[in-house]
Structures are given as C-alpha cells and as structure tokens.
Design a protein around this ligand. Sequence first.
Ligand code: ATP
Ligand code: MG
Length: 455
Amino acid sequence: MTQRITAPRGTHDTLPPDERLVALVEETAARLFARHGLREIRTPIFEATELFARGVGTETDMVAKEMYTFTDRGDRSLTLRPEGTAGVVRAYVEGRLDQALPQPARLWYGGPMFRYERPQKGRQRQFHQIGVEVLGSSSPAIDAEMIVLAHDLQQELLDAVCAWLRDCGVEVPAGLEPTPLEVRINSLGDAACRPVYREALQEWLRQGAGTYCADCLRRTESNPLRVLDCKVPACRTRNAGAPRLQPCASCQDHAAQVRALLEAADVRVVEDPALVRGLDYYSRTVFEMVPAGGGEAAQATVCAGGRYDGLVAELGGADTPAFGWALGLERTVQRLETLLADLSPQDRSRLRADRPVLFMGALEARALPEVFRLGVALRRLGFSVQWLPAAAKPDRILKAAVRADARQVLLVGSDELSSGRARLKDLATREQRDVNLVAAELGTCLKPAGTGLAS
Ligand code: ATP
Ligand code: MG
C-alpha cells in the first residue's frame, strides 16, 4: 500500500461543523468592524525577512526561533508572516495611506500566520488571526474604542452562535458558556520612562540571574523587558517579584484616560503590572483578553494588542502613533465550541450552514435529467436546492431530505414526467400541494432561500 500523506505537524483542517463557527467569527467581526469604520487590508503572506526582524524585534521568540524563513530562487530572504502588524505598517508606508485615507487610518485584516512553535492545544504552526490597526492617532480614545471593540466582539460571537443553533432547531443548553474573558491592561511607558525602568530591571535581573533559563540570561543583556514575558514556569514565578515600571506623568495621564473611557463604556479591566507583550514594538497601553481566573495557562490568551507609537517610523514612515490588536481565530473557535460540547449526536447532525428550501429526488433514472434541470433553474433564481444525484426509492429521498433539514421535498417519477405536475410536500407541516414542474412557477411556492430562519 502507498504511504498515506498526513497534514504537516502544527497544521489542521477546518471541517464541518467548525467551518460554520469560523465563518460566524469572520462575519461577526467584519460586521462589527464596519460599525467602527474599519476597512479591510490584505497584505502578502510572505514578506522580506528584514521587515519582521526590524518591526517585531530580533530578540523576540517570534523572530529568534519561530519564523518560517526561506531563500527564494532569486536569493532573497523571505518569511511567512508570523503576525499581521508589520505587513500592515509596511503597506501603510508604501501605499502612502497617510495621504490616501482619512486619518487616523482604520484598518482590519484576517488570515493565516506562521510560527514554528511546539504544537499543542491552542498553539499551532499555521494559525489564523483577525486584527485591527488604527494608524495616525495618539489619542487614548482610540485605545479605549479598540479595546471596547475587542470586548464587545466576544459577546456578539456568543450571540451569533446561539442564534445559529436556534436557527438549526437546536436548544442551547442552559448555563453552557465559555469562561468569561477578562481584559488585562498595563502601560509599558514611552521613550521618557521606559529606559529608566529598563536599567532598573536589568540590575535586578543580573542579581538573580542564576535561576533564569538560558533565553532569559541572554535577554537580560539584550532586551530585559522580554524576560518578563518568558513562558518557563520557574521564570514566571521569579518574575512575579520583579520591579514594576513607574510610568512618567504623561504616560500615567494616558493610562488614566483610557481607564476612564473604558469605565464609561462599562468594560471592566484588570490592571496587571506584570503584563508585557511578546513583541518589541509596543509602547504605553498593552492589553490581553484571557479567561477570567484561568489566565495562568500559557496559551489562554484569545486577543492581545496595544499601542505602537514608534513602529511606523522604525519601518521608514513618518512619525505615526498607532494602536492595534489581534485575535486568535482557533482559540476563539475553541471557546465557542464549548456551546456545542454537550449536544447529542442528533443535534450535532442538525448543525448546517444553510437550510435548503427544497430537496428533490428522482424515482427513476429517466427522471434524473428533469430533476437536475429544475435544480439548476431554481438555483439560478436564487433558491437553495439540494438533490440526490441518483434515482432512489421515496423512503431514501425523504430520509435524505430530512437529513439535509430541507423545508420541502419534491419527488419526480414517470407519472410526474408525463403530467408535468408533482406534489410539493412541506416536511414540517406535512401539507402537500400540486405544482407545475416549471421552475418559475415552482419558485413562487417556495419560501425564499437564504433567510436562514427556521419555520
Ligand atoms: P502567546 O503568549 O500565547 O504565545 P503571543 O503573545 O505570541 O501569544 P500574539 O502575537 O499577541 O500572541 O498573537 C495574538 C493572538 O494570536 C494570541 O493571543 C493567540 O490567540 C493567537 N496566537 C498566537 N500564536 C498562536 C499559535 N501559535 N497558535 C494559535 N494561536 C496563536
Ligand atoms: Mg507566542
């Protein structure tokens, strides 16, 4: 036997019914983004390696050991993007979006990201992010608006999944909800206050260096703030006692305004002075959304981001303050799956993408072309129609119609072919009506497709 080829380690296939959860997340996010005036931006999956080295920082795990880098046939070093912000900033500068779009530029993106990580639950080598970037404003109101957006998106997602389940005729089990998320927030300071802190932290780290992992020992010298983001349990414990950044007056003022605005929006946040982000480009506000109480798991963060006032200039653009976040799609879907966890196999099989208004079957092989033709014509009229692509007994066709959760069913045999009429049966009410086998006429007897509403 030939050896089976399996998916590369750290990748996964999205299969039904999860494909619908993924689409729900994407649709719900896009709907919410539009309310904030965010426009979609699509950037290449691979970029010059230099972009990430410079943008994300060579001392980050992401650049130091997680990148998929290759040399192409033209001897260029390219990298599969490990994150979205650097590419968006590059496109902003290169496309002169500071001129082309009203400022601040409000953008969102979605798509696959690649990091060579040890695969485990919530951690893949190819995963997907949906993210927002607002470029050209230093206002704390932007920080607050985008954090509110990230927060509200979670509620909208739960609502969307519940609506989908109801739509499929599935009862949402009471009390079955993912652990609520908590917004953790911190300030990383700016060019005025961070250097002072950096030195104080470095001093503290050097004194206790013996108990740190090799990475932390190196980072202590090259980028001490990164030590605070180490995932090694012993390092995390030790880091709990590290000195905290004392933000300068203007950073404190910024943070206070963000807090006040979030409070005005009823978004509860937890101040977490230990929160640093994995990438180098952040300044001032950083935040993460983690399951309340369970925030210690190393891969529990669902959404994370912050302000990156220096990055655009770092990548060759004008001085442009900016704010952004990214949501992990797989971790989000995993949370939403909680709502499906206890469903019976029958209920699970009802979870479909679209409910066909009509299911058709041919009772004899010679009726098949007519069924095929009607199907094509009805779909061209906008109806969602499914069929059995082989002649079958009435029982089998009905069973298949029920399985597809169709509203109505139409059986065509030789009698129907010769009379040009057939009986359209409503699967819920069992009502039957005589219809002409003419698509335009049949269409008037069908409920419009795509409303997705259960009858
Ligand atoms: P972590 O601390 O979990 O490694 P990170 O700080 O590297 O996360 P970001 O770069 O901020 O993560 O990415 C934003 C979000 O993308 C994360 O909160 C997470 O939901 C998701 N994410 C990051 N890396 C992975 C991965 N390897 N597999 C799946 N999702 C991921
Ligand atoms: Mg990471």
